[in-house]
Each structure stands twice: as structure tokens, then as C-alpha cells.
Design a protein around this ligand. Structure first.
Ligand SMILES: [Fe+2]
Ligand SMILES: [Fe+2]
Length: 139
């Protein structure tokens, strides 16, 4: 399991969202790097906290975009976001309580989820936005 690479084909066409994705991937990669290089628990926890905070911020922003777009699958997409945040929060809580702490298998899960979401669900929104340019300008 490796670092996530944000490829060009993942661009959504929404500049702010694309910048968020870049930062989200960097935040995840930084957590993975911190874990792999065997940093202290405090550093791993700080990297984990950053990922939770940034993912929450990004998902909220993306869901506002759905409203602007009148994206019909907004509820299902937001559920995926919520599931990720819940899982991430559990991992964070377990880490703080040291049961069982962060493992490569948990990081693999997060990496797979992010890749699948960026390639699948987020690109679906991008496609909808391209097909409904009027909606994206509507109030
Ligand atoms: Fe999303
Ligand atoms: Fe996203």
C-alpha cells in the first residue's frame, strides 16, 4: 500500500474542490509518511487530527457545491462522507486510547476509501457539473 497520487484525470473542473483534493491527498500521505517513518505517538496523532479536520472541512465544502449544482445524488454522496468521517473518528479515538493504535491495515483502508471516492463518487459530481453548467451558476 502506497502513497496516493492525485492524477490529472481526477480534476473535477471546480478549482476550489481540486485544490482541496490536492491538500486532502497531501494530508493523507503525510499521515502515512509519519507512520512509516516511525515518528512519535504525538506526531502520528497530530497527523491523524489534521486528516480528520481537513476531511471534515472538505466534505462540507463539497456538499455546498452539490446544493449549488442541485446534484441529484447529494444525499447518497454525503452518506459516503459521513461513513468515512465516522470510521476516521473511531480510528482517532482508538489511537488516543491505544486500542489497538494505528496499523498499516487501517491506513490501507483509508487509502482505498479515498482513492475509490475520488475516482468514483467525486468524478460523478464533476461529470454532472459539466453536463449542467446552468445549474452551477444558479443561486
Ligand atoms: Fe466527495
Ligand atoms: Fe471530494
Amino acid at each position: 500500500m502506497g502513497y496516493i497520487e492525485l492524477k490529472k484525470e481526477l480534476a473535477t473542473g471546480n478549482r476550489a474542490i481540486d485544490l482541496h483534493h490536492k491538500h486532502l491527498v497531501e494530508t493523507f500521505n503525510s499521515l502515512l509518511g509519519t507512520f512509516r517513518r516511525g515518528h512519535s505517538r504525538a506526531e502520528i496523532q497530530a497527523a491523524l487530527d489534521k486528516l480528520v479536520d481537513y476531511a471534515t472541512y472538505h466534505f462540507n465544502a463539497e456538499e455546498l457545491w452539490f446544493t449549488d449544482l442541485r446534484f441529484p445524488e447529494a444525499a447518497e454522496h454525503a452518506t459516503e462522507h459521513q461513513e468515512f468521517i465516522s470510521r476516521l473518528s473511531e480510528i482517532q479515538k482508538d489511537f488516543v486510547e491505544n486500542r489497538p493504535g494505528l496499523s498499516l491495515s487501517l491506513l490501507t483502508f483509508l487509502s482505498r476509501w479515498l482513492k475509490t471516492h475520488l475516482h468514483g463518487s467525486d468524478l460523478k459530481v464533476a461529470k454532472f457539473a459539466r453536463q449542467h453548467p446552468v445549474n452551477s451558476k444558479a443561486a
